[in-house]
Ligand binder design. Sequence first.
Ligand code: GRF
Length: 212
Amino acid sequence: MSKKKRVAVFVSGRGSNLQALIEGIAKNGIPAEIVLVVSNKPESFALKRAESYGIATAVFSPADFNGPEAFTEALLKRVREADIDLICLAGFTRILPSRLLAAFPQRIINIHPSLLPAFGGKGMYGMHVHRAVLASGAKFSGATVHIVTEEIDGGPIVCQEVVPVDDDDTPETLAQRVLDVEHRLYPRALKLMAEDALEISGLRTRIKQRVD
Ligand code: GRF
């Protein structure tokens, strides 16, 4: 059994994926422990969820800092102090600073509510994604967990699940079915990362052959 990974989850909103990760770790024997929840918004309901589980929280609101460098510096310091191995973005609405990406190469994952590389990139977040899926006429959407790189929503895919689009779907009904899938997908992705189970080659990932 690998040593437990120390995980930080970055959030901005309601935190249902944070909750799924907390529950998934407890239920599925994932060798990980969420030791820090970071939000850029003090009003995030996700912070309340974290507190209710006794998880340390930190708010880093860019407006409270004297420029982006100071913001990045403070954020990096806090993450380093907590001795973090892995970062999960769960509805975090800010683009991560390059310095943070460089400090955690292939150690930051994100969940996105579509089948990437479709319906990803700049401006594709929240209901914009589901509206764009419906407008395109696509018959399938889904959820993706990927490794975060400089390319927005463009890093190697850890895992994915398909959600069929129904004829009567509205952006709201599609969002809800995708969200239900996200909640089982994210713990699965965290398990793969926490167990160092993936080999990454370019944009492709595969589960390593075990030798034991
Ligand atoms: C999810 O749909 C996720 O895919 C996207 O932001 C939303 C966050 O929801 N990145 P929640 O805060 O986890 O409930």
